[in-house]
Design a protein around this ligand. Sequence first.
Ligand code: AMP
Length: 220
Amino acid sequence: MKLILLGPPGSGKGTQAQKIEQKYNLKQLATGDLLRDEIKSESKIGREVKKIIDRGELVSDKIIISLIENSIDKKKFSTGFILDGFPRSVCQAKALDKILQKKNLALDIAIELLVEDKKLINRIVGRFSCANCSAVYHDFDNKTKKEGICDKCGSRDFLRRSDDTKEVFAERLKEYYRLTAPIIPYYKDKGMLKSINAMESISYIENNIYGILDSVKKQN
Ligand code: AMP
């Protein structure tokens, strides 16, 4: 199964991608994570993109498309993948179609997570993740079971993203509406879009997604 998770920053794409990944044995491919790896490795691209990410702007289509092209490896992704944070522009969506066509792969579905703007900021500002296994948590909505210990791997090291601030979030949301939201009709026109209410609890959203994915699986 090959799917895209769409939605504004803070809509829960990363949290849900981690759950889907486990349940359906798919690989999560998050361009934000790929870029943060580049920053960590202090590569030329990493140095270039750090400033862009910290301003809340989008990295150029050219850089992102080549990152994705190199990451969608047919063997590694043979059981399927979840694209999280990609595509983020119509240009990227069209490039993805071409990349998949070349690799003889096809998307099954695009799931849009709908959340009101005013709810997004709290989700972003309270967010943190495990420094070891990248499990995502939140100060209020999704705490670790034992304080200061990752539920999944037991690590005591956590990270907060430098772009998860009120100021940078405002810019990220603007960029979402300017460049990313136009891809919603792109997938709707292809008959591939399912939109779900993502204002509810994590488990409610998770079950809704599972319902959609189970019916895709039956059709395949
Ligand atoms: P994310 O982890 O998906 O919230 O992405 C963090 C930041 O990385 C975004 O605010 C962008 O600056 C950059 N980024 C991630 N994915 C993309 C993409 N597909 N296109 C352009 N920029 C991206």
